[in-house]
Design a protein around this ligand. Structure first.
Ligand SMILES: C=C(O[C@@H]1C=C(C(=O)O)C=C[C@H]1O)C(=O)O
Length: 288
């Protein structure tokens, strides 16, 4: 674990399209404080946040919970879905009821969704599969397993292929079972950075909020970029970005708290989680 807190704030960016609206207009060069942007899949950002080599990051909500003593959540930022999400998908050779008693390959890029799958399988579907972790390659996964879990752009691309697999959207299944929204990613700051560099964190939070607002007001630049970089149609991406929710209000918090409760009950999390949200005011109080 690093103990030196550099004055440059290292900020992690999820490199999947689902997080683009918060990052699209987030330009470190326009900020007064020094910011270095690190673009990676969620599992790597999670590891770096937990070991302390990033100060701020979008990360798997499950990984936030694992290290919640060290983190505060940044307000009103998340990647959530109230129902189908379109990019957290279980592909199976057999219908779901059968697949959940076979072998399931789990992408090594995720933390939230692999544990969401375990919760759904164990508590809702009453399955007893064997799991193994794999690179996010569906063909390889299904050579060894009955089903494979993909997230992000890997899931999106696989959903476009006419591969004949059964496809289960975990956001939809969660909603069907619990009636709740599901939060896959949150934005967090390490506590020591929030205390030692409050002005930088405040500037970064405001920059995220204005990027999000700008993107959602005008999706066209993001849609064009996604079509160029990933493929698919404008119609697809318009639907995808409009369907996801980037807020972290009561509805999202309640869904996430339920997910953490179930994860704790199954022993996937070692302790119960109380959401702690950063604000300019809290910091003023802490400093007094
Ligand atoms: C909506 C998504 O949410 C992602 C899922 C994550 C996870 O499972 O750990 C982490 C970050 C999110 O960006 C997605 O990847 O499609």
């Amino acid at each position: 674990m690093e103990t030196v807190i550099s004055r440059t704030t290292r900020v992690g960016k999820i490199k999947y399209t689902n997080a683009w609206p918060v990052f699209h207009s987030f330009n470190p060069e326009l900020l007064q404080h020094s910011v270095e942007l690190v673009s990676e899949v969620p599992a790597l950002l999670n590891r770096r946040m937990l070991e302390g080599s990033l100060e701020v990051s979008a990360m798997s909500s499950f990984a936030y919970a694992q290290g919640s003593d060290h983190f505060m959540l940044l307000p009103d930022l998340s990647v959530s879905a109230d129902g189908a999400v379109q990019s957290i998908l279980l592909f199976s050779r057999e219908p779901l009821e059968k697949a959940v008693n076979g072998t399931i390959a789990l992408t090594n890029t995720s933390a939230t969704s692999v544990n969401l799958l375990k919760i759904l399988v164990e508590k809702y579907l009453k399955g007893k599969p064997e799991y193994f972790t794999s690179e996010p390659d569906l063909t390889e996964m299904l050579q060894r397993a009955d089903a494979g879990l993909l997230i992000g752009d890997h899931a999106i691309k696989a959903s476009w292929e006419n591969n004949g697999y059964y496809v289960t959207d975990l956001g939809q299944l969660w909603k069907e079972w619990t009636g709740h929204s599901m939060t896959f990613a949150v934005w967090a700051v390490r506590r020591e950075a929030a205390l030692s560099n409050p002005e930088a964190i405040s500037e970064i939070v405001h920059a995220f909020h204005s990027s999000k607002e700008r993107s959602l007001k005008r999706l066209t630049p993001l849609i064009d970029h996604a079509v160029r970089e990933i493929g698919g149609s404008e119609h697809y991406w318009h639907g995808y970005f409009s369907n996801l929710c980037y807020d972290f209000g009561m509805r999202q918090q309640q869904g996430l708290e339920l997910y953490f409760k179930y994860a704790y009950e199954l022993g996937l999390l070692k302790h119960e989680i109380k959401l702690q949200i950063w604000s300019d005011n809290t910091l003023t109080r802490v400093k007094e």
